[in-house]
Design a protein around this ligand. Sequence first.
Ligand SMILES: Nc1nc2c(ncn2[C@@H]2O[C@H](COP(=O)(O)OP(=O)(O)OP(=O)(O)O)[C@@H](O)[C@H]2O)c(=O)[nH]1
Length: 342
Amino acid sequence: MTETRLRTRIHTLAYALCILAFSMLAYLNLLYGFYRFFYAALFLVALAAGGIGYTLWVHRQQLSASGHGLILGLMAVVVLVLNLSNPQLASFWIFPLILLALLLLPLHRGLLLAGLLILLQGIAMLTQAQGLLAIASLLSALLLGAMAAVFAYRYHHHARWVGELTTTDPVTGAFNERYFDETLRREISRSESTGHPLSLLHLAIDYYGELEALHGETSLHPLLEKVSDALRDTIRAGDSHYHLGRGEFLLLLPFTPEEGVRVIAERIRRVVAEGTWPIVESATACLGGVSWHPGDQAPEELVASASRALEEAQRRGHNRVYHLDPFTSRSQPQADGSPAQG
Ligand SMILES: Nc1nc2c(ncn2[C@@H]2O[C@H](COP(=O)(O)OP(=O)(O)OP(=O)(O)O)[C@@H](O)[C@H]2O)c(=O)[nH]1
């Protein structure tokens, strides 16, 4: 089940439980003739029912949907007003709201609202000189709030961790190949609409196969991690890097023309060549670069072209940068079949 679906279900269930709780309160208050409380409970049932409708309506953006905050705010006002008039009857009406706040809202906003509710209810009860009742009810609310907060905290972090796992390579902390495909498509359509060029670099650590044979695959993880850190520190905000395995990385550089990709590729080559690295002490890398401009055809060939540029750089030796214009070289092949000079 996707995260969005799970959240939609949890939100719907939370509102449904609220409807059940406030319907029972409405029934009891009707039975004992507390008509103001009966109507207030009915109003809360209607708000919770509206919450279910809203949940289903915004099913794709549950966490960013601001309507839940509004619905909860209205409910909180009703419950606090009831507490001001008769704290004995209304003190526990706050409990479903605390649960709703922590289940429906983003963690920090849920905690804030739940804390605010408990505080305001405490003040309302103390102004009614309900000292003992206030303490008992606040302690119960705090206990419930703490339990719900622990659940919400764990859920929030688990969801973030799972989200990171689907986009990030655990060895290097760089993004993974699957996420690259997604980002490339997004960046290409952004380039098409803004008219800005987009460049791609394919980097391979020189002699990585030999290093792997010598040290073993897992022993080289610290090297990959440090190279990934160095790439992250070298590229600018908005650029991103992806680990492909076998000591290879892709770097996606939006808003970067051909002259620019040459500059950054050369800078990265120097960073690797001049750095001190775990396991191997010194290392070098080859980089192949390509640029894509809006109006160029076949953007999906960008990745294959970057790999061809890398192969050309490697063919010329190690510690090299080579830039390929995929569209020029395809339409005007050189006499010997080799691509244009980078
Ligand atoms: N995408 C990307 N391009 C870079 C980066 N560094 C340099 N470039 C490209 O290379 C060009 C020249 O960069 P620099 O030599 O650093 O000169 P600069 O005037 O300081 O570059 P900016 O102020 O970053 O535009 C830039 O305009 C970019 O196109 C980088 O980290 N990422």
